[in-house]
Structures are given as C-alpha cells and as structure tokens.
Design a protein around this ligand. Sequence first.
Ligand code: ZN
Ligand code: FE
Length: 254
Amino acid sequence: MLEIHQFPYGDDNYGVLLHCHNSGETAMVDAGDADAGEQALARTGWPLSQIWITHHHGDHTMGLAALKAAHNAHVIGPATGGKPVAGVDQQVDESAHFAFASREVRVLTTPGHTLDMTNFYLPSEKLVFTGDTLFAMGCGRLFEGDAPMMWASLNKLMALPDDTTIYCSHEYTVGNATFALSVDPNNQTLIDRAQQVTDLRIAGESTVPTIMSLEKATNPFLRAGDPGIRSILEMPNDSDAEVFAEIRRRKDNF
Ligand code: ZN
Ligand code: FE
C-alpha cells in the first residue's frame, strides 16, 4: 500500500508525494515549487527518490533544479512533444513503462494542454496523475494542442477503470462546477457535487483527488455524448469530438 501526501503551492497548484513504507522510496509528482516540496518532505519525513514531471510549464517545473540537487532524485519526464524539460534524467513515452517501489508505472501521453503532457498510471493502485489534462469537472486549456487531440487524450484516460483515483494538478473545481452547470443544468449528480465542493472549499479542504466514475457522471468534458448536453448546445447530430470542442470553446469564454 502506497501512502499519499498532497500539498498545495502557488495560487492553486497541488503537488503529491507517493511513499512506500517497505522500500522507503518516495516519488514527487511535479516540482513547481522547491520550498513547498521541501516542506512536504520535512512534514512527512519521507526521503525523495524520484520526481515525475507531467509537462514543461513553470508551475510544474520551477522547483526541479533545487529539489533534484538537494536530494539527488531521479527525474522522469516527457519524451515527446517539444524540447526536453531541463533536469529530466529519463524521458518516457508510452513504450517506456518504469518501476516505482516494485510497482509498474504506465506512461500515458495526453497532449492537448501542451504537446508534451505526460500522465502516470499505477495499475496496482488504480491511481492516475493527470497533470493539467483532466481536472475535477474540467480539463486543461488548449495552449499547444487542439480539440481533437485533447478529446483523444481524455478518451485514453476514460478507458481506465471507473474506480481509478485521479490526482490532478490544480484546485479549479468550484469554477469548473459553475461552468459545468451552464451546459448540464439538469444533471442532479452534478448539482449535488457542485454544492459538496463549494462546502469543502468553504471549510478550507481540497476537492482533489476525484474518482473516474464521478468524473464520467459530472465532468462535461467527458460527457460529449450526453443527450441533455447536446440538446442545450443544439448539437444533436455532431460528433463527440465536435461537441467536446464546443464545450471547450464555451469554457474559454465563460
Ligand atoms: Zn500547465
Ligand atoms: Fe499547471
């Protein structure tokens, strides 16, 4: 059983530490803030052995050099979609699974937000780190890729088991819920969840992680095939990819 410690940094980012008591190994997902990472390591007392980088954006990489130097950690990061992230020791794509604490880590490339977006899935734990691809009730903005690319990436994540636990890199959930209600207003599961996440934030708690089944039920970006959403968008006969693109456009202008 791996232990997980999620910690906030910056305006709305989350970093995660993954730790195995048996082997003593610890992985950090993303390295956007060295001070926040050091505080999380000090608080847990876990020694850093690996860092997994999801994509090149500064809020995910700015602390990498300092954390790597301080802990001599092995850094795994994207192999495709742009120039390598500085400090990455091992570039991985979907052909290059790796091991953490004797567990298989599968690499999923999910371009769209960036071309180098890399997600990490541990089948033994049913655990996935989706970076800025899939958020709770949202998805990443299309900075480098396009809508068909992101739709294919989200489908790759949707193929994971429904009981997969999802850690994403930002606390955007309340804003995402408000938008979701604008395109899916009659979805009672969504209405209930919007209230729940609002209450969590008022209490100062995190809305992350989430679960794939809940995302499929409430995340409009995964629900392009839903008849209710299609009727509101007046797109009854368009492809799922086209409906997704329209939902993404509306979110950009929301
Ligand atoms: Zn990003
Ligand atoms: Fe980000």
